[in-house]
Write a protein that binds this ligand. Sequence first.
Ligand code: ATP
Ligand code: MG
Length: 324
Amino acid sequence: MEKRVLSGIRATGRLHLGNFLGAVMGMLELQNSPDYETLYMVADVHTITTPFNIEELRKNRREVIIDYLAAGLDPEKSVIFQQSEVSEHLELAFYFSSVATIARMQHLPTFKEKVKQYPHHSTMALLNYPILMASDILVYKAGLVPVGIDQEPHLEVAREIARKMNQLYGTDFPEPKRFATKGEYIPSLTGEGKMSKTVAGSFINLTDSLEEIRKKIRSIPTATHAGGEMSEGVKTLFKFAELYISNEAEKYKEEFNKGTLQFVTLKDAISEAIYRDLQPFQERRKKIESDQKYVDKVIKEGAQKARAIASKTVKEVRKKMGLL
Ligand code: ATP
Ligand code: MG
C-alpha cells in the first residue's frame, strides 16, 4: 500500500509564510511523489479550541481551501476536505481520550502557550486538541505528517495513543512521523516566538501586496546600529535573508559584523524577493477565487473520499473495543 499522509491548517485566517514553508511545501512534495496517498484538510474543528467568531470561521475555512488550491494542492492527486464534514474524527477522538491522561495533556508546551495567549479560555476543547489531532491522523492510519516543528509534541502524543490502542485493543495504527521542511520554524516579525495566524503583527500573508510586505518587514525590530551580538529581530531578518536571498545573505552578514549594514537596504531586498516568490501563487489564487463552483465541488468530493476511509477505521475500533 502507498504510504498515507495527513496534514491540516486551522481556519483562523489566511495562510502566512510560516504555514507555507513549514507545512504546505512538505504537503506539495508528498502529493507529487507517487509513493504517497495524501489527505489535506482545513482543521475547522480545531479552530473552536480558541476564541473564534462564527462568520470569520465560516469565511476562513473556505479561504484556507482556496489558499491550498492556489499553492498547488491538486484534488486529482490529494483528498482536500473540511475536517468538520468527517465526524468520524470526533468520534475516534473520544475513544482515544480513554487512553490519554489529563496530566499528560496539561504539560504540553502548546497547551501552556495557548493558555497564556487566552487566559480566560482554558477549555476542555483546548486540552483535547492533541487527542483530536491524533484522531485526524490515525483515522486514516497515516504514517507521515508534513507540519512545522511546533507540532512535534502533538505527534509524540499521537504515537503514544497509537501504541496504547494497539496494545490494549489489537488495532494496527502506525506511529506517525513528522515530515520536516527547511522552513520548519519561521519566526514572528515581532522578534518573539513563531509566526502565527492568531498573533497580530507576527505574520506575512501569502496574499500580501509588495507595500504590505515592505511595511511588515520594516517593522521587524532591529537596532539602529549594526554590529555586536544579534538581537532576536536581527536573527529573524537574517533567517529571511537565508531563505529568500541566499546568494546575498553572506555579504549582508559581513556588513553587519563590520557595522556598516543599513538595515533598511537589507529589509527592502528581502521584501522584494518575498513578493517575487509569491507572484505565481497570487495570480493562481485570483483565478480560483473567481470560480466558486469549482471550490464547492472540491470540498464536496473531498469529504466523500475522506469519509469512506475514516468510517472503516472507526468501525474497526468500535468492534475491537466492544462497542459493536
Ligand atoms: P494559530 O495561531 O491559529 O495556531 P498557526 O499560524 O499556528 O495559527 P496552524 O493552523 O496552527 O497555524 O498550523 C498550520 C501548519 O503550519 C502546521 O503544520 C504548523 O506546524 C505550521 N506552522 C505554523 N506556524 C509556523 C511557523 N511559524 N513556522 C513553520 N511552520 C508553521
Ligand atoms: Mg498553531
